[in-house]
Design a protein around this ligand. Structure first.
Ligand code: URA
Length: 216
């Protein structure tokens, strides 16, 4: 299942527009904050799909029956570009545990690249709801590889993927490999370049959030 958060008129479209805008992109703090805001909205929408239980809360004047999450999700991110969206998820799922994975494109001289996974810090995932953030779903290969890696840590009960912009072919690939996943996107673009960049997209999300890096 794919949910495009820009399909209905909402503030998400404004934040996605700011992420794409080359002038506004000069402000790294605003770029990070817009990623964070999109993931906060995604967190709220995802929360409606989770399981809840009733509890009684004692107020100064009586008792109120209210609802809390039956189980805390695990929030996972692909470093480094996933960090702002990770923060947004934790702003809302404030009791969630976290998992971190380093995945990056290792470029060859011929212009091709392979996904390299290097570091994982992860809690128990057996029977858990996992929400993973990756700002750009381009080919989808790093995301799928990361999730397959995570699955070694337990049988995930429910998988939500959040991103700022997804490319149509990337979505198709992810859903072919992970048919039960639910993908929440800030927006969806159709084109992908041979170098794996989304068009019109926004550029390199990691560089725009944290500054340019030395190429590997
Ligand atoms: N990752 C990015 O940061 N941007 C793209 O367009 C594709 C992948």
């Amino acid at each position: 299942m794919v949910i495009n958060l820009s399909k209905e008129f909402s503030l998400v479209s404004t934040w996605v527009a700011e992420l794409r805008d080359t002038e506004i992109q000069k402000d790294m703090m605003r770029f990070r904050r817009n990623l964070e805001r999109i993931s906060e909205v995604a967190a709220y929408e995802i929360s409606k799909k989770l399981e809840w239980k009733e509890i009684d809360v004692t107020t100064p004047l009586g008792t109120s029956t209210t609802k809390i999450l039956k189980q805390q999700p695990v929030v996972a991110s692909i470093l480094r570009a996933g960090i702002p969206m990770h923060n947004g998820l934790l702003n809302y799922f404030d009791k969630a545990e976290s998992a971190f994975i380093a995945a990056y494109r290792k470029h060859s001289p011929d212009g091709s690249f392979q996904i390299s996974l290097e570091y994982m810090s992860c809690p128990e995932l057996e029977g858990k709801v996992v929400i993973i953030s990756d700002p750009m779903i381009a080919t989808g290969s790093s995301l799928v590889k990361t999730i397959q890696f995570l699955k070694q840590e337990g049988d995930i009960k429910e998988l939500h993927i959040i991103c700022a912009i997804a490319c149509t072919v990337g979505i198709e690939y992810v859903l072919r490999e992970l048919p039960k996943a639910i993908i929440w996107c800030g927006d969806i673009d159709d084109e992908l370049t041979a170098k794996g960049y989304i068009v019109p997209g926004l550029g390199d999300a990691g560089d725009l959030a944290f500054g340019p890096k030395l190429q590997s």
